[in-house]
Design a protein around this ligand. Structure first.
Ligand code: PLP
Length: 385
């Protein structure tokens, strides 16, 4: 629930859409959670950990086995060498990692730059920290930031530059040139970089380049990720931070009063996941890409203009060819019109900047193939309504 402009408490559009899905029985493509279980090795490891008694508070930084697996993962996939004892912190999902980072590293009035649309928690946490939220717009169809816009937004007032690549909600992946510019600007203005990489393994034929792997970045970058998307364990809320030790120490000081610790038996299980062979990661991405194709084709056939995502769980569909001018109203009607739930992209945009996003809807494709096929068939009816 959030306070509206009138001071009334009202549900977020996400809660409203989930409630609508539940009350109408519509197919819920609004929320980004998989409807199939992740790798059996990971699930079995969690059961074993519970049986073996790993059920009490883990150490504040997280169980050593997971911190070591995170460090190994960074080196194995990206060539980034980190010390599991001083550079790695396990968190209650990427959400707590973001909260602890922003609260620890900003003071009242500092500017925090994000891309827009943005994952909704960013604005809420920046607000909690009393920092000022500055955004750089991403526009259809490729949803990449304009380099001059980045130069204008990042100034000496900027404390944090938060990037999210692969990006939610648009599915875009930042190319090397943009990442290099961001590093240059961070140096020029003495800003820190926070990179949210929760979809790091779910790319569709494009390379995910962690900004910390590029020259000049690692000493001023806080890398955040999570097991939820990679291993279809969104409910376990196991996330992590990799950062220089002095920055991590400041973040730990906040994190200890948010949750202190979480998910003891899930931590060794995610360590097992991070050590799975390459084939697991490539198959997970390929399976998701095929699902993306099914839903994108369905949305296209229904009359939407579809932007092809490069990664992640979501596709953005422009409903303007169907005569839609207000995607929020359209999403409220969609369960009745087509038995499907989506989320308006304006939910990821500051209220003053909704123009340019007002006919866009985000749909999740991290669902069973059969469900995506039924949703596509139901959406096809929109052409005739
Ligand atoms: C971009 C982005 N960051 C962070 C999160 C939150 O991750 P977690 O569930 O690990 O807290 C999500 C979840 O949807 C996300 O899309």
């Amino acid at each position: 629930m959030l306070l509206g402009d009138d001071g009334e408490l009202r549900p977020t559009i996400f809660a409203e859409m989930s409630a609508l899905a539940a009350s109408t029985g519509a197919i819920n493509l609004g929320q980004g959670f998989p409807d199939e279980d992740g790798p059996v090795e990971v699930l079995d490891a969690a059961r074993t950990a519970i049986t073996d008694g790993i059920n009490q508070y883990p150490p504040g930084l997280g169980l050593p086995v997971l911190r070591e697996a995170i460090a190994e993962h960074q080196e194995r996939f990206y060539g980034i060498r980190v010390d599991p004892a001083t550079n790695v912190l396990v968190t209650a999902g990427a959400t707590e990692a973001l909260a602890a980072t922003i609260l620890a590293l900003t003071d009242d009035g500092d500017e925090v730059v994000t891309l827009e649309p943005f994952y909704d928690a960013y604005a809420a946490i920046i607000g909690l920290s009393r920092a000022t939220h500055v955004t750089v717009q991403l526009r259809a169809p490729d949803f990449q930031p304009d380099h001059d816009d980045l130069r204008a937004a990042i100034t000496d007032r900027t404390r944090l530059i938060i990037i999210n690549s692969p990006h939610n909600p648009t599915g875009s992946v930042l190319p090397r040139e943009t990442l290099e510019l961001l590093i240059e600007l961070a140096h020029k203005h003495d800003a820190l970089i926070v990179t949210d990489e929760v979809y790091e393994h779910l790319t569709f034929g494009v390379e995910h380049i962690p900004i910390a792997s590029l020259p000049g970045a690692v000493e001023r970058t806080i890398t955040i990720s999570s097991a939820g998307k990679t291993f279809s364990t969104t409910g376990w809320k196991i996330g992590w931070i990799v950062a220089p030790s002095e920055l991590l120490a400041a973040i730990v000081a906040v994190k200890q009063y948010l949750t202190y610790v979480n998910g003891a038996p899930f931590q060794p299980a995610i360590a097992v996941g991070l050590r799975l062979p390459d084939e697991y990661f490539t198959t997970a991405a390929a399976t998701l890409a095929a699902k993306c194709d099914i839903l994108s084709a369905g949305l296209g056939a229904a009359g939407f203009a579809v932007s092809r995502p490069q990664a992640g769980y979501f596709v953005i569909a422009d409903a303007s060819p169907l005569g839609v001018t207000d995607a929020a109203d359209f999403c409220r009607a969609l369960p009745t019109l087509a038995g499907v739930v989506g989320v308006p992209v304006t939910a990821f945009v500051h209220p003053d900047r909704r123009n340019g996003y007002s006919s866009l809807v985000r749909f999740a494709f991290c669902k069973k193939v059969e469900l995506l096929e039924v949703a596509s068939a139901q959406l096809a009816g929109l052409r005739t309504t």
